[in-house]
Design a protein around this ligand. Structure first.
Ligand code: HAM
Length: 419
């Protein structure tokens, strides 16, 4: 086949008709489970102000320094959203959602954009579903987010995952820890990567998230934040752990888990799967108690997570789990001749109004070609109409699976198929 002149951008893929059923199936599962948890859907624009993303996620993060798609038009700076936590918090503040009362339990599904080097499980346009619970620092909220996340994978049949858990502490614990970490890294400063050297003064915890090879040795032996939590952070974390255990949700403590955004405080978690290869994170999240204030709202604690939908599908493939239902149509009208075609076009709405999916040939083709099409479309029935059938007002209804035929009036056919 000749190569197309215009193609998608690197790391951006089309979701073609054969693939869209599995996307719809997953979206339906997310909507259903979200309703059971009493989460409400939020949809925000694909583009946000660059400043919001820089401020929300952190100036020195990989996402902001290397991965955002940003451009200027007129006076405004636009960025394609790389994630949805900062935009959801922006919406919470902009629309005073706190005035609805209680904590806001929000969920979302949609595309995100990061200019990363594409590889298996890593795209430049990818999709996430996620949850943000804004307005409480009760550990119950942390645990409900994690329970929702895990529920989706369990319902689909993906069980081979590991929940990694850490606390990155509250501001006081982090300040303590930062000075301990800097003290430890100082003698090795010259050997750190250029990026980590830049992060040393302003944001030393970010160094723990470095992927640069020369940093790894120092990261491995670094002091861990869990040894430097104050009493309050420790107590909060212990409650999260206890509640997870009470729900029989297994977890592994990972003291090096810091996550890729600066907004995290206290609980941080990641769900990984060995079915995924090098990009092994199915989902990740945590608490971000300072972000609402950072973005201009009143101090409001919050917690959430987001999950990569493409990665979920990779896990499904590895486990041979099929989410999509087989494509089918209830009835395919095979029409022969001009009058029959006109009749078919007028008859299609009668089926559809009665809840029966129906289609016809658009190409004026032979009976054989139309029957072949009906098979390809996986039609349960074909209705065959030509001049004779029109005259008699009796049509051939063929059950494609059983290879049985009957001559029936249109009322009889509709009543049979709409049962
Ligand atoms: P994140 O860890 O950056 O967190 O992304 C969450 C998930 O999105 C990852 O675990 C991964 O499955 C998927 N993902 C990320 N980047 C890509 C990519 N380039 N290609 C394919 N999949 C990808 C967040 O986005 C936070 N907003 C999560 C959160 C919500 N924290 C609190 N609330």
């Amino acid at each position: 086949m000749a190569k197309a002149k215009y193609t998608t951008h690197l790391g951006m893929v089309d979701i073609l008709p054969d693939e869209s059923p599995k996307w719809r199936a997953l979206e339906n599962i997310i909507h259903e489970e979200a309703a059971k948890f009493n989460f409400e859907e939020i949809r925000t624009p694909i583009m946000e102000q660059t400043e919001l993303i820089k401020r929300g996620i952190g100036q020195l993060t990989d996402i902001v320094t290397k991965e955002i798609f940003a451009f200027t038009k007129g006076e405004s700076n636009y960025v394609l959203r790389p994630e949805l936590t900062a935009p959801v918090v922006r919406a919470f503040v902009q629309h005073h959602l706190d005035q609805r009362g209680g904590s806001q339990k929000l969920y979302y599904i949609g595309p995100m954009f990061r200019a990363e080097r594409p590889q298996k499980g890593r795209q430049r346009q990818f999709h996430q579903f996620g949850v943000e619970v804004i307005g409480t620092d009760n550990p119950v909220a942390d645990v409900e987010c994690i329970a929702f996340m895990i529920r989706i994978y369990q319902r689909i049949g993906i069980k081979n995952f590991e929940l990694k858990l850490n606390s990155v502490g509250d501001p006081e614990s982090r300040e303590n820890y930062k000075s301990v970490l800097k003290e430890y890294l100082k003698p090795h400063f010259d050997k750190l990567s250029e990026l980590s050297q830049k992060r040393f003064e302003k944001n030393p915890m970010r160094i723990l998230d470095s992927k640069e090879p020369e940093d790894q040795e120092f990261i491995k032996n670094a002091p861990v934040i869990s040894d430097h939590l104050n009493e309050e952070s420790k107590a909060h974390f212990e409650q999260v752990c206890e509640m997870l255990s009470s729900l029989n949700i297994e977890y592994t403590l990972d003291p090096l888990l810091v996550r890729g955004m600066d907004y995290y405080t206290r609980t941080a978690f990641e769900l990984t799967s060995s079915d995924l290869g090098s990009q092994d994170a199915l989902a990740g999240g945590g608490r971000y108690d300072l972000l609402v204030e950072e973005i201009g709202g009143k101090p409001t604690p919050a917690v959430g997570f987001a999950a990569g939908m493409e990665r979920l599908f990779i896990a499904c493939e590895e486990l041979e789990i099929s989410l999509a239902e087989e494509k089918k149509v209830d009835v395919f009208i095979v029409s022969l001749g001009e009058d029959a075609r006109k009749w078919a076009l007028k008859t299609l709405p009668l089926f559809r109004e009665n809840g029966v999916s129906a289609t016809m040939d658009y190409l004026d083709r032979s009976m054989r070609a139309q029957m072949k099409d009906a098979n390809r479309e996986n039609a349960s029935f074909t209705l065959i109409v030509g001049d004779n059938e029109l005259k008699e007002q009796k049509f051939t209804l063929r059950n494609m699976k059983e290879s049985e035929e009957a001559q029936l009036s249109i009322d009889e056919i509709i009543s049979k198929l709409s049962q």
